[in-house]
Each structure stands twice: as C-alpha cells, then as structure tokens.
Write a protein that binds this ligand. Structure first.
Ligand code: APR
Length: 175
C-alpha cells in the first residue's frame, strides 16, 4: 500500500518527455548510448549534437545500469540514460527493469536532482508488456521514495500515449 505522502510525490502525465521542465529526465537508451529511435531518438534530437558527443565518452551502458549527462538544449539540467531489458519473459527481465529505476533514482540523488521524469522504459521497441512493466516501475519507485523519506524527490511518469497513461494512473492510484 502506498502512503498518501508517497502518492503526493508521484505524478502521471501524458506528453513528450523532452518538453518537461524538471531537474532530470530519464532516457530509455540502448547499450551503445549512441542514440536510436523512440524516446532515445526524441531526446537526442531535442538535446542537440553535444549530447551524442558526451555519450561517446561514456563507452556504453549495461542493461539495468544508468549513466548521467548534461541536458544541453533541453529544459532539464540532466539526462539519465538507462538501458531496459529486451523482453524475453524470464525472471531476470523484472529484476533488470527494476534496476533501471533504482539506479536512475540513486544517480539522480547523487546529483542533487529533486524532480525526475521517467518514460515507460522497455515497453516500446524492447517489447515489455505494459501492465507488467508499469507494476515494476510504480512499485520500485514507491519503495525507493519510502526508503529515502528524508530526500525531497518528485517523480513524474511521462506517458507518451493515452493507453500508457491509463495503465499508469490505474496502477499508481490503486496502490
Ligand atoms: N516522450 C515520452 N515517452 C516517449 C517519447 C517521448 N518523446 N517517445 C516515445 N516514448 C515512449 C514510447 O511510446 C514507450 O512508451 O517511451 C516508451 C519506451 O519506448 P522506446 O522508446 O521504444 O524504448 P524501449 O522500449 O526501452 O526500447 C529502447 O529503442 O529507441 C530505441 O535506442 C533505443 O534501442 C533502444 C530501444
């Protein structure tokens, strides 16, 4: 059960994550960190070419891990790049997806980020079933907020389409 306090720290919105004015936005990247389609492509297009230049210095990212760059032309000061699992139906998928949220939040805290937006990691090209992925996202984030009650953090789940938003709203409010 999510407490009212934690619920007040979580928002679900529908929109384009590149437009959000928060401290950090999370990119659902691939292991190369050199850009791609989906939200990865949108973030690179909006942030501009300096983002790719900085990503080249990071030498990739393992699934479940997270790395941070500047936000460049974005309103957000930082971009946290994380690599979700390519859905295969194994128990490892869930653990790796949870790690994406945990490692992104921990990295955000290390950089004094107090508002962070997540896309629906792995639910696009990587094929993670939306309901299962949403369950993991909301549960992992709620637990982290509870474990870090002394750290002010606003989490925005930025859903690109209405279906994703409906699933997130149902899950986030239902707890
Ligand atoms: N803002 C917010 N969410 C977005 C945006 C956007 N501008 N564009 C797409 N999305 C949503 C998708 O609709 C989906 O709900 O992000 C979610 C994740 O989908 P993908 O971007 O396909 O990411 P993922 O499933 O994690 O696959 C990652 O796709 O784009 C490539 O380089 C990326 O190889 C990596 C793979």
């Amino acid at each position: 059960m999510i407490s009212e306090k934690i619920k007040n720290q979580i928002q679900v919105v529908q929109g384009d994550i590149t437009k959000l004015d928060c401290d950090g936005i999370v990119n659902a990247a691939n292991r190369s960190l050199l850009g791609g389609g989906g939200v990865d492509g949108a973030i690179h297009r909006a942030a501009g070419p300096e983002l790719l230049a900085e990503c080249r210095t990071l030498h990739g990212c393992r699934t479940g891990e997270a790395k941070i760059t500047k936000g460049y032309r974005l309103k957000a000061k930082y971009i946290i790049h994380t690599v979700g699992p390519i859905y295969s139906g194994t128990a490892e998928d869930a653990a790796q997806l949870a790690d994406c949220y945990l490692n992104s939040l921990n990295l955000a805290k290390e950089h004094d980020v107090h508002s962070i937006a997540f896309p629906a990691i792995s639910t696009g090209v990587y094929g993670y079933p939306l309901e299962d992925a949403t369950e993991i996202a909301v549960k992992t984030v709620a637990q982290w907020l509870e474990d870090h009650a002394d750290y002010a953090m606003q989490v925005i789940f930025c859903c690109f389409d209405a279906r994703t938003e409906r699933v997130y709203q149902a899950r986030a409010l239902q707890q």
